[in-house]
Design a protein around this ligand. Structure first.
Ligand code: UDP
Length: 254
């Protein structure tokens, strides 16, 4: 196979030029970072699992009419996606207080919020992804008011759908982060869900025991990180065919 051109290497993924114009290949690494990359490590098999989990969730979302960049999974660690112009925002939805919200507002972790709350962070590693308001977003031209309306509608649908989906397998969707991108077709622009949805960017708690099944196990040194990601995949019914043995997956497919 011809060597593909690398477009970008992020903390958890590498992006390559796709086989056709307007497509990109997302390669999922096992690398894990936390606290704005001050903490670094490897979660064995994470890339394989996140590729599967994100494929599964994006496919289910597509089925209910939420537009996403996802096209298809290519192999254990790669998926083909539409090329989008990324909107430089991290859109966080919270159903239960945890993490930075608990710290910032002094709300005990685990407190169910009176309603789902959406927050925006400006995607900028050098600044540590600061929280911003709609005022900042429109004033600095990161997104227009109409774009924000679309993002909120999509985000709330994703939250309702995923909350139900996870609840069905005994998992509480505490909070998660979404990214959106723009696709231009003829004279039209539409906003689609991009990036990935996985235990790297969701807080997932066992509904009965409250046990954490997400990247907080890595952030907070709780141990059994690999097992937690596997358990999420297992409950969703999508553990790789050969089970745990399969998790390392092939190295770079080039
Ligand atoms: N999150 C993320 N990327 C980030 C920051 C947060 O995916 O750069 C996710 C995180 O996994 C959690 C949610 O967004 O599910 C809310 O994170 P929070 O603001 O509480 O920050 P944290 O405590 O993770 O630093």
């Amino acid at each position: 196979m011809a060597r593909r051109r690398q477009l970008y290497e992020g903390k958890a993924k590498i992006l390559f030029e796709g086989p056709e114009p307007g497509t990109i290949v997302q390669y999922f690494k096992d690398d894990a970072t936390a606290f704005n990359a001050q903490k670094k490590g490897t979660i064995t098999g994470k890339g394989v699992l996140n590729n599967r989990i994100s494929e599964y969730l994006m496919t289910r979302l597509n089925e209910i009419g939420v537009p996403t960049h996802f096209i298809r999974r290519l192999n254990m660690r790669e998926q083909l996606v539409r090329e989008v112009e990324i909107i430089p925002l991290e859109v966080v939805v919270r159903n239960v207080a945890a993490g930075s919200m608990s710290t910032r507002l002094g709300i005990q972790e685990g407190t169910r919020l009176p309603r789902s709350i959406i927050e925006y962070y400006y995607k900028n590693d050098a600044l540590g992804d600061p929280m911003v308001s709609e005022e900042h977003i429109t004033a600095f031209g990161w997104a227009a008011t109409q774009d924000i309306d679309d993002i909120v509608q999509l985000t709330l649908r994703v939250n309702d759908f995923l909350s139900g989906l996870f609840l069905g397998v005994g998992i509480t969707l505490v909070d998660f982060k979404l990214e959106f991108g723009r696709i231009y077709e003829n004279d039209d622009m539409r906003i689609v869900l991009a990036d990935e949805i996985s235990p790297d960017n969701c807080r997932l708690w066992d509904s009965k025991t409250g046990e954490k099944m997400d990247k907080d196990r890595f952030r907070r040194d709780l141990g059994k990180v690999e097992e937690a990601y596997q358990e999420v995949a297992r409950r969703l019914g999508i553990l790789p065919e050969a089970g745990v043995r399969d998790l390392k997956g092939p190295e770079m497919m080039q």
